[in-house]
Ligand binder design. Structure first.
Ligand SMILES: [Ca+2]
Ligand SMILES: [Ca+2]
Length: 160
């Protein structure tokens, strides 16, 4: 578990002085937690009791651990369809990538083309069926879909 960074997750209370009145046996310490929208591992911090005054002592436990459980769902990526067919006349195919099961925070994902029976190349030519593509899709917080466009040959060829 990562150490909680004070600046980003909770307001740092370096020393907090509590005074118990006569007949008082219970007090609460409140630490404001900052709720962001970025997925991250759970983080934790400790609160310790120290410097008792007025003839009192420190009992056990005098240290407690607080875990900030992340509530953000960054989602997962998938294509909208398992198979795309294209009309050669357009010379390109657009594939839609969906971000499902959550859309919290800024996330990114890489993609690349892989040859099957079609042959990819840097530019379209005699023996090139499509232009190989690879890159990174960046999603902002709340963004749920992006498109990848691949240029393909307008020349119809028989499957090899
Ligand atoms: Ca959150
Ligand atoms: Ca978070």
């Amino acid at each position: 578990m990562r150490r909680a960074a004070a600046a980003s997750h909770f307001t740092h209370l370096s020393t907090y002085h509590q005074v118990f009145q006569e007949n008082e046996y219970k007090k609460t310490v409140t630490v404001p937690i900052i709720n962001d929208n970025q997925y991250e591992a759970d983080v934790d911090f400790y609160v310790i009791l120290k410097n008792p005054h007025g003839g009192t002592g420190i009992g056990d436990p005098s240290v407690t651990r607080v875990t900030i459980v992340d509530d953000d769902e960054p989602g997962e990526f998938e294509f909208e369809d398992t198979h795309y067919h294209l009309d050669c006349k357009t010379g390109k195919v657009t594939l839609r990538v969906m971000r499902e099961h959550g859309f919290d925070g800024k996330v990114s994902m890489d993609y690349s083309t892989v040859d099957a029976t079609a042959v990819g190349g840097k530019t379209l030519g005699a023996n090139v069926d499509y232009v190989t593509a690879n890159g990174t899709l960046h999603f902002e917080h709340g963004e749920t879909s992006k498109s990848i466009t691949v240029d393909v040959s307008k020349t119809v060829k028989e499957a090899k």
